[in-house]
Design a protein around this ligand. Sequence first.
Ligand SMILES: CC(C)(COP(=O)(O)OP(=O)(O)OC[C@H]1O[C@@H](n2cnc3c(N)ncnc32)[C@H](O)[C@@H]1OP(=O)(O)O)[C@@H](O)C(=O)NCCC(=O)NCCS
Length: 396
Amino acid sequence: MADTDIKKGLAGVVADETAISKVNPETNSLLYRGYPVQELAATQPFEAVAYLLWHGELPTEEQLAGFRAEERKHRALSPVVKDAIDRLPLDTHPMDEVRTAVSVIGAIETAGTGNVLDAVGTPEENLQRSLQLFAVLPAIVSYGQRRRRGEALVESRDDLDYAANFLWLTFGEEADPVVVDAFNRSMILYAEHSFNASTFTARVITSTLSDLYSAVVGAIGALKGPLHGGANEAVMHIFDEIGSADNVVEWLDAALAEKRKIMGFGHRVYKRGDSRVPTMKAALDTLVAHYDRPEVAELYTKLEDEFVSRKGIYPNLDYPSGPAYNLIGYDTLTFTPLFIAARITGWTAHILEQQASNALIRPLSAYNGADERHIEGYVPDTAALDVQERPEEAAG
Ligand SMILES: CC(C)(COP(=O)(O)OP(=O)(O)OC[C@H]1O[C@@H](n2cnc3c(N)ncnc32)[C@H](O)[C@@H]1OP(=O)(O)O)[C@@H](O)C(=O)NCCC(=O)NCCS
């Protein structure tokens, strides 16, 4: 196969159709089921966006109330899952902790299905499994942070909606509406982004007719990497390293001289700015004002200005979301698990879509290894080398 046929990193390859979201780098826009993500972030609770991604339409008031009631039913961490988390070392990376918890849930939920064919489940079962994971992930992520801080599990509050309850679970106190709003917006912005690496991983696993939990566990593994979801954590490490706006120029000179990648900048699809950044930056600004931390905004702006003017590479969503989560009080290691809690909606929407119109995802590769060679003294079984004809070819 000629080199020109290879699409390294599948760059530019259109692997399938999707009705879930549309990324248009030319117009710098991102649509979920046709709605601009900025409009959704400004007007909707995250539950309505989850509903939209799964069902294709925003819920009516009645549908939203029903959906919220169902979500509330599945918020609690089961004793088995809590015990599984408690058995992990305290310095387990939170991404590994969440991956393990989802794997345990999957093993329990698919237990008794008999054989691999039954474990796949019906579309209705998989929609319900999606909702259950969406509902319980805030408890998993929040408990992880509390456990590392030596704090006890906090139980959900049925009078609080998803975003407010998430913050309650993490901090054990009711969050200010400004904070709830910024957090809700971040969840919506992180919910879905077409065939990104983790979503594609979920679709690849689904395409083998494996179950939804296996697909989500695989997606979490893909999301962990710093070239993908891990970037929001990595941005905060960079902010900590730099310290203040005054140090940006010196730090950036050294980082670029070492050819370091500056986390939170650049994107495989967007080359002229990430459509989600202005909305998240506005949410960050409200948090900066709320917590009275202008130095965070100064460092943010200085690094952005310096990096963009030198490299012409723009920030992605992880750049504003990292410092935003830090201001809210999340530990840096919890940032990417927050991304999981949001992206579970997009992943599962894609899993359902893949299941509804499946084709095994199995690309080709161009071999560039050693020429054919043989084990000395081995006498091949010539029958094994026979090329088999397919019956229809033989017939026709
Ligand atoms: C996201 C990312 C992987 C996209 O990568 P890509 O489309 O494969 O583009 P490349 O990595 O090939 O980058 C193209 C060029 O820009 C440079 N570049 C891209 N992002 C960069 C960054 N954040 N810092 C420094 N240089 C960067 C590359 O070094 C490369 O330069 P070269 O042509 O001189 O080798 C890349 O921009 C990156 O690593 N960003 C940092 C991690 C991050 O924030 N990820 C979250 C994505 S939402």
